[in-house]
Design a protein around this ligand. Structure first.
Ligand SMILES: Cc1ncc(COP(=O)(O)O)c(C=O)c1O
Length: 391
């Protein structure tokens, strides 16, 4: 099976893992955790990183540290993975789902601005804005930071998918009060499972470590004055992460090549385009996403005069995914927008047409570090054959 983004493990990670094992530092602390934190802070352009058991844990702590309280609203993109919104719910806050901008499929800064204006007028407290760097492309932080500063709302960046990407010359993870990386098994680099919270605030980093260790106070016995979490990363997994970060430049280069190959192979195929890439940043090409039959209008939605109905597009998308599965390849639809998810039924949504169009037309293709050109040729041929059959 060729997976979307399988782990790429080499002798480098194996050697470090065994070194950690042989040292008997197998607990959720140890020298590799410290080393990983230093390396992650460097990659994210931050003074501090806290290694945690998942990206979701990092988002949860980041929101708490940003001051999100029960009853608050937190503005999040509707086009994202559920973990973004779940972390908001863990804080007792309510996610409000904001549509994507057509230029990048990331959250639309103008809609955010409008919503923050409304919230202020009607007296709703917005605890934080939580943009996502979708599929490894940074959100428009120039605009987002301006909007958040105008409204005095903290920005927490969900950079789970964007390790190694950049925006305006600055690395993913460096934006906002806090940011979160994921090292889940399918991410661009992995510890098997893990994540990190990044910040420039030393006190906040120390508090994150404390909260992630069951809020244990320094004492000779076990002393706790508030509710904490068991969110720290094992030293064994941190060792794997150190090896992955050592290899990050090579991994990023491979992903760039894989993405470039897809562009070349689909160049003359009618009806196939790519998810939008903004000129302001450099994605890490975590996943390459193709768009079937494009979106019908310049605003990124299907458009009223789109020759193809949305349902027809979905039928084609599903046929392509099924054909790839038969070939032994994992392909997936673009994230189903959060405002369409049963678990968030009743939540407030600001727009949504761009995200819905992306969901209807988009397909995430296998994009792994070790994907070969021959495999890519087979994938593209299968997509083309499925499209030809469906016409
Ligand atoms: C956008 C986004 N946010 C958060 C997460 C959560 O990360 P983790 O799986 O490490 O908890 C993921 C990935 O899983 C993600 O894609």
């Amino acid at each position: 099976m060729i997976y979307l983004s399988p782990p790429s493990m080499t002798e480098v990670e194996r050697r470090l893992l065994l070194e950690a094992f042989d040292s008997n530092w197998v607990a959720p602390l140890g020298p590799f955790v410290d080393r990983l934190e230093q390396q992650v802070a460097e990659v994210g352009g931050r003074a501090h990183a806290v290694a945690l058991s998942s990206g979701t844990a990092a988002l949860h702590l980041a929101l708490l540290l940003a001051g999100v309280r029960p009853g608050d609203e937190v503005l999040v993109p509707t086009l994202t993975f559920a973990a973004t919104a779940n972390a908001v719910s863990y804080c007792g806050a309510t996610p409000v789902f904001v549509d994507a901008e057509p230029a990048s499929w990331n959250v639309d800064p103008q809609l955010l601005d409008d919503e923050l204006r409304v919230a202020r007028r009607v007296g709703r407290r917005v605890g934080a804005v939580l943009p996502v760097d979708l599929y490894g492309q940074c959100a428009d932080y120039e605009a987002l930071l301006r909007v958040c500063a105008d409204h005095g709302v903290p920005l927490v960046a969900d950079a789970a998918e964007a390790v190694g990407a950049s925006f305006d010359g600055r690395p993913a993870g460096s934006f906002g009060l806090f940011s979160a990386f994921s090292f889940n098994g399918n991410k661009i680099i992995t510890t098997g499972g893990g994540g990190a919270l990044l910040t420039d605030d030393a006190d906040a980093a120390a508090r994150a470590r404390y909260l992630a260790t069951q809020a244990r106070l320094p004492a000779e016995h076990y002393e706790h004055a508030e509710i904490g979490f068991n969110y720290r990363l094992s030293n064994l997994l941190a060792a794997v992460g150190c090896g992955q970060i050592d290899r990050l430049p090579d991994i990023l280069e491979r992903r760039r090549v894989v993405h470039g190959n897809y562009r070349a192979l689909f160049a003359d195929v009618p009806g196939v385009s790519f998810a939008p890439v903004s000129a302001k940043g450099t994605p890490n090409h975590w996943l390459t996403v193709i768009v079937l039959d494009g979106a019908g209008s310049s605003d990124g939605t299907d458009g009223p005069d789109c020759a193809d109905g949305r349902e027809a597009a979905v039928v084609r998308v599903r046929a392509v995914i099924a054909a790839l599965r038969e070939l032994g390849c994992e392909a997936r639809r673009v994230w189903k927008p959060m405002h369409l998810q049963p678990v968030f039924a009743g939540a407030r949504a600001v727009g949504g047409a761009v995200a819905e169009s992306a969901f209807a037309h988009g397909i995430c293709l296998p994009s792994g570090t070790e994907l070969t050109e021959v495999e890519q040729e087979r994938i593209v041929a299968t997509v083309c054959a499925a499209l030809a059959t469906g016409r």
